[in-house]
Design a binder for this molecule. Structure first.
Ligand code: NAD
Ligand code: TYD
Length: 337
């Protein structure tokens, strides 16, 4: 049995990962430590909440005493650190919690991992640490780290801190730098779910700037597979870029979703650009493909249709979030703890 501390497991990617891995493997035990910020939602984990290889702990990765307690109690050997404030726009509105959770929180986990002699520490990072690309070229693992937003600067700090623990202490750290994920359970403030839900509610579709910024999209289920692989076989001290080579301009995505839902383009509204808006992200993932044999299984054309369908079929999930009912649900379940 491998005992894994998964942090931020009630968020979009973390919950997809936990659902995936517990359905696939019975040789791991997962402790999910999540603060349940606005982005954390235990409903994402309904199908595995009673799995005997799973336990949930509500708490903050910044809380060193709690982290130490969990390492000791559950004999933690592996960490997958998903926990983070993850939304660029929120980091522009206020950055403090980003540095608290993403930087200080990661430091707490690294220190605990060092003291408890962890077997592997997977720091979930992002391609946004590389800054912005011009029209040509791809990010490789050798690109300079030049983040532009408070969010990406906090992720870059955490990423480099984890690598420093490898270089200085020989700690078995691996880093994954992902491109933009999409799929079920993504909080409706990110581009794809926001557009789907606004269309379903007949609301305007706010496209920043000229709509020509490019993101490189990966289906979250392809991401899960890569996390599992890197945790298992990733070489310590290494960084792995992970993306599915699916570059899209924002406006193309919005029009595609309108098309899938059979709506015309009149809802599109160009709005003021995001300050410091990175123009283009595009990732070269040949290293993980060549060294670990990872390849994406899902084609964008199909996976985006599946994603739209999921939001259409799971209206209850996002309506509760939007109406604030999820907060009430949580307070009923846990009180004010
Ligand atoms: P999310 O915002 O949906 O979920 C984050 C989760 O972390 C939530 O459940 C939240 O409650 C929890 N959390 C936040 N602060 C915490 C703290 N201090 N202690 C404990 N739990 C805390 O984010 P996501 O999209 O699932 O992203 C997961 C990770 O992947 C993040 O580290 C993010 O930087 C990284 N990432 C995301 C993308 C993407 O496209 N979504 C791409 C590359 C990398
Ligand atoms: P987002 O989903 O916030 O991811 P990130 O900024 O981490 O890449 O945004 C994806 C792209 O979509 C980004 O270029 C900003 C743009 N965007 C809009 O045009 N309108 C919106 O309402 C949102 C949320 C994003």
């Amino acid at each position: 049995m491998k005992n894994i501390l998964v942090t931020g497991g009630a968020g979009f990617i973390g919950s997809n990962y936990i659902n995936y891995v517990l359905n696939k493997r019975d040789d791991i035990f997962i402790v999910n430590l999540d603060k349940l910020t606005y982005a954390g939602n235990l409903e994402n984990l309904k199908s595995i909440e009673n799995n005997r290889n799973y336990t949930f702990v509500k708490g903050d990765i910044v809380n060193g005493e709690l982290v130490d307690y969990l390492f000791r109690k559950y004999n933690i050997e592996y960490v997958v650190n998903f926990a983070a404030e993850s939304h660029v726009d929120r980091s522009i509105l206020g950055s403090e919690v980003f540095y608290q959770s993403n930087v200080i929180g990661t430091n707490v986990l690294l220190e605990a991992g060092k003291r408890f002699g962890i077997k592997k520490f997977l720091q979930v990072s992002t391609d946004e640490v590389y800054g912005s690309l011009g029209p040509e070229g791809l990010f490789t693992e050798e690109n300079q780290i030049v983040p532009n937003s408070p969010y990406s600067s906090s992720k870059a700090a955490a990423d480099l801190m984890a690598l420093s623990f490898y270089h200085t202490h020989g700690m078995p750290v691996v880093i994954t730098r992902y491109s933009n994920n999409y799929g079920p359970y993504q909080f409706p403030e990110k581009l794809i779910p926001l557009m789907i839900i606004n269309i379903l509610n007949d609301k305007k579709l706010p496209v920043y700037g000229d709509g020509l910024n490019v993101r490189d999209w990966i289906y979250v289920l392809d991401h899960n597979k890569a996390v599992d692989l890197v945790l298992e076989n990733g070489k310590i001290g290494n960084v792995y870029n992970i993306g599915a080579s699916q570059e899209m301009k924002n406006i193309e995505i919005v029009k595609l979703i309108l098309n899938i839902l059979g709506k015309d383009e009149s809802l599109i509204e160009y709005v003021k650009d995001r300050p410091g808006h990175d123009r283009r992200y595009a990732i070269d993932s040949s290293k993980i493909q060549n060294e670990l044999g990872w390849t994406p299984d899902y084609k964008f054309e199909q996976a985006i249709q599946d994603t739209v369908k999921w939001y259409v079929e799971n209206k209850n999930w996002w309506e509760r979030i939007i109406s604030g009912d999820y907060q009430k649900y949580y307070a009923n379940l846990y009180g004010n703890k």
